[in-house]
Ligand binder design. Structure first.
Ligand SMILES: Cc1cc2nc3c(=O)[nH]c(=O)nc-3n(C[C@H](O)[C@H](O)[C@H](O)COP(=O)(O)OP(=O)(O)OC[C@H]3O[C@@H](n4cnc5c(N)ncnc54)[C@H](O)[C@@H]3O)c2cc1C
Length: 372
């Protein structure tokens, strides 16, 4: 039976970046994906690296500090899969405009004042942005790592080792399955939300040298090609919805929304990409050891669970089982920081910020579920 130090389940940007760091540290790594590399949300992504334009808060701080790490990480290690373009971010409506105005007044991010056109609404124009070639980046990250196109449907812990699909052994396992549902492991406390998205690559005679974000994200045009993408459909789920996704309607919606910002001429849709992005209920990613619900409920007392600010370190984790998920619309921005943080935790037992700890959701869930 093939044996690995670490098996990563899910070859999206989170799984691939985690595998990259572990492989670089000299570990024998295998990565699995049921449909291929970057076949989920990561293949559909824009994938723009851009700041979070918000007034404040932990998520904004996390995204904007991760953006520096991401720009450096991709540019240094994979320069051929990233392009740098200025970004024009335009407010969608009045409240958005107020937030952008506040952001402009208070940010340290360098702002530019000569956008190629002056939008009617409030805007931010900045050079702190880039565009990653989503699929080729994921492929490059796991070059030299064993990849299996295989759905994992069983994961058992036997004699101190994880057994995947009764066919592979791994000392440690990282679950990086995004918003896709699977049978091999259930973690009811996490309740991740999947939001469906669609990206189209189009041919157009319209010239555009910058990234533009308003109702949808529009990339710069290279060789008369640009992409338009958005994750906005909370109702469609590829594994749960009865009807197939209507690509034609999705295309029309993307083109109509893009045309409110930029007039597009001679449009020909070349390719569609679709996928789910996954968000957590407090909007922060979920990274770290997976909680063993059964053991935790058995060994924790009422006080541990019901106190206002539970001590997350008291939750009992499965041995050598980790997860990385919940990056919402910022998967490519967050992955270099999150994956490195997880790799350091796995390899050096370096602690993970409690705001990312999966146990935060276990305690919330347990407060609502525990009967005694
Ligand atoms: C249209 C769209 C546009 C986006 N734009 C941007 C953007 O501009 N910038 C940005 O930073 N982010 C963007 N995002 C968000 C970003 O794509 C996600 O945050 C990111 O892809 C999440 O990566 P992931 O690795 O966690 O999940 P995923 O990429 O979804 O990867 C999970 C993988 O796990 C696999 N899997 C699931 N179950 C199993 C199993 N049982 N066995 C084997 N494999 C399994 C799936 O096949 C999938 O490939 C966008 C998303 C979409 C959909």
């Amino acid at each position: 039976m093939p044996t690995y130090d670490i098996a990563v389940i899910g070859a999206g940007i989170n799984g691939c970046t985690t595998a990259y760091h572990l492989h670089k540290a000299g570990k024998k790594v295998a990565i699995f994906d049921s449909k291929g590399i970057a076949s989920g949300g990561s293949g559909a992504a824009g994938a723009f690296l851009s700041p979070k334009f918000a007034k404040g808060g932990e998520l904004k701080e996390l995204i904007n500090s991760s953006l520096d790490i991401a720009l450096d990480f991709y540019t240094t290690n994979f320069p051929e899969h990233i392009n740098h373009h200025n970004l024009l971010h335009i407010a969608k409506e009045e409240n958005d405009a107020k937030i952008l105005h506040y952001f402009k007044e208070h940010t340290d991010i360098e702002l530019l004042d000569n956008p190629p056109f002056i939008p009617e609404n409030e805007y931010v124009y900045t050079s702190k942005s880039a565009l990653v070639d989503a699929q080729s980046m994921c492929k490059a990250l796991i070059e030299g790592i064993e990849f299996y196109t295989q759905e994992i449907d069983s994961l058992e812990f036997q004699d101190g080792v994880w057994i995947l699909n009764e066919s592979f052994r791994a000392k440690k396992v990282v679950i990086a399955t995004g918003a896709y549902e699977h049978q091999f492991f259930t973690q009811p406390y996490q309740m991740l939300r999947g939001i469906w998205g669609h990206r189209i690559d189009i041919k157009t005679s319209t010239k555009n040298d910058i990234s533009i974000h308003q109702f949808v994200s529009i990339s710069a045009a290279t060789n008369r090609m640009l992409s338009i993408g958005a994750t906005h459909n909370v109702h469609y789920h590829p594994q749960r919805s009865k009807e197939p996704y209507n690509l034609e309607e999705g295309r029309e919606e993307l083109l109509e929304k893009a045309s409110r910002t930029l007039e597009l001429q001679d449009v020909e849709v070349i390719k569609d990409y679709v996928g789910l992005r996954s968000g957590s209920f407090d909007y922060l990613p979920i990274v770290g050891e997976v909680v063993d619900i059964e053991q935790s409920l058995k060994l924790l007392n009422k006080k541990d669970i019901y106190q206002k600010k539970p001590d997350l370190s008291k939750a009992i984790a499965f041995e050598n089982l980790y997860m990385i998920n919940g990056s919402a619309g910022y998967g490519y921005v967050l992955a270099p920081y999150l994956a490195q943080t997880l790799a350091k935790n796995i390899l050096e037992e370096e602690s993970i910020p409690s705001s990312l700890n999966p146990a935060r959701f276990f305690f919330r869930w347990a407060k609502g579920e525990r009967k005694d």
